[in-house]
Design a protein around this ligand. Sequence first.
Ligand code: GDP
Length: 436
Amino acid sequence: MSNNIVAIVGRPNVGKSTLFNRLIQRREAIVDSVSGVTRDRNYGKSEWNGKEFSVIDTGGYVRGSDDVFEGEIRKQVELAIDEADVIIFVVDVEEGITPMDETVAKLLRKVTKPVLLAVNKVDNAMREKDAVEFYNLGLGEYFTFASISGSGTGDLLDALIEAFPEKPEVEVKEDLPRFAVVGRPNAGKSSFINALIGKDRYIVTDIAGTTRDAIDTKFDRFGFEFNLVDTAGIRRKAKVKEDLEFYSVMRSVRAIEHADICILVIDATRGFEGQDQSIFWLAEKNRKGVVILVNKWDLVEKDTMSTRDYEEKIKKELMPFTDVPILFVSALTKQRLLKALEATVQVFENRKQRISTSKFNEYMLKVIEAYPPPAMKGKYVKIKYCMQLPSPTPQFVFFANLPQYVKEPYKRYLENKIREKWDFSGVPIDIYIREK
Ligand code: GDP
């Protein structure tokens, strides 16, 4: 089941990003140790009292941080209202209520979703008193905190968890794969879907969604059966014309979280750019399967660019998660569209794959024997047993006498060996080293 989505809104320089970083800290550290790189600073996963949620910082996307156009803030808040389950509105006690705060408050007062007003930079009793002025925003109770030191964030998080809507347990009647077609505007997502559906509309039903605005559409054609995950947000995209990273990434969040596999459509004439990469890492971070479709391949001069060159270029950006199917398609000429579906179904199977503990040990213990973890501080690390965990996405645990001595490069080695032996193409893998 997908997580709740929290959006942090407010005018520039009120401390949105500091709060965001504080919320995602723990998870981010883990993710960074895997990829070795900090990615998508504006989206992260967080957890409080055992409840997981996704956080979006609407901050980093607004251009011209000091004199932001009111219109831009307005769009940002409207989008947050569309996409998030709970909104945290950050204001700054030092500055007091500014006209832009009032603009934001006015939008938020109309919203039926929970809004938490968070007053930042409150780190002494005097400022606690000053904060009272924010009642004038007409949003009711507020929370005071100091994003730099973290004081007060605990209460804010408690309130946040309380505010999450009760999501009814979804009755999954059919265990069909769930595919989301994602990518930035004009990459050809709609064309791809239309090309598959054809004029006859083989789409069978619109199953009322799992949340109020996610829609599953059953696809049943050419021997393929799956649900296409769409969201009301994506359908309403025409409302927003601007080609901002913010919109395409934010619009993708819910669709990705609802899906098993993301079909990432990119425009061959533009390459694998920033927004495409953000969406890719969003899928990876959510442990979803990924297939990349390089669309509009009909427009590419084949003499100057071969599929192999193109694939190499994309894979450089995918490091270290390069084991991903990349297909060259055309929604226009329908070239290789069925291949694309086949590849997606294969990734779905890969993600479900379970390797028996005996087979896994038989192979991996030999692999480890051939190249054991390097000794640390004169101590030898021994791994005697390993297994796949019964988790929805592939996770493997290796039991060692000194787990803390098994470092990232060795984990990477284990992952590569697993991928060599079994087909996990398109699927993120987690490797854990535990004390035996
Ligand atoms: P979306 O915003 O990702 O849904 O993109 P659309 O499906 O609306 O496509 C954007 C534009 O690209 C449209 O003008 C399409 O006709 C065009 N287009 C989409 N796929 C292809 C393709 O494979 N080849 C060519 N030449 N044009 C395409």
